[in-house]
Ligand binder design. Sequence first.
Ligand code: ATP
Ligand code: MG
Length: 186
Amino acid sequence: MHIKEIEIDGFKSYAQKQIIGKFDDQFNAITGLNGSGKSNILDSICFVLGISNLTHIRATSNNDLIFKSGQCGITKAFVKITFDNTGARRFSNYGDVVTITRTISISSGTTKGSNNYTICGSNASCSAVADLFRSVGLNVNNPHFLIMQGRITKVLNMKPVEILGMIEEAAGTKMYDQKRNTAIQN
Ligand code: ATP
Ligand code: MG
């Protein structure tokens, strides 16, 4: 399972619809000038994955995620991720292609902006999307899911046991260590 394509429209610096595609199934690198929107692409993935701590995507409110915070007539941010689900069919119960979208609209004054998700074209709740991603081991709200720009040096300086702990936490296997220790003690 891997990302096939990302469509971004109105999200952060992406004022107009843009399709970023031809992703490799193993390894991808995004290159470009400083400030050209590389990290914003990663932020857009976290956005669809349902990140709850907006500071991790360098925003303080949903409005910050919309192009120019809605000041230039663009009042919605939309991101669609198309996953290639062939092979092991990690998204079980789904076909070869799985699309997940998230759209938010600007909030102003007392008007609360909307926040909508779809899975394969059908409206879905935020928790249904979170459950779907968790079912394939993608939990963007896990503290070790992201190694943000600037944090890489910290990771490089970690002791091996700390790196192991971080990977166990990210892979979701840490809880088994705790259960094993409890079982040994009893
Ligand atoms: P670097 O190489 O320095 O890491 P980058 O390619 O990762 O750069 P990004 O951080 O993705 O760059 O993009 C930064 C740009 O996005 C800045 O110019 C910033 O003003 C712009 N930006 C962020 N949020 C918005 C927004 N809501 N509306 C318009 N532009 C935005
Ligand atoms: Mg960057």
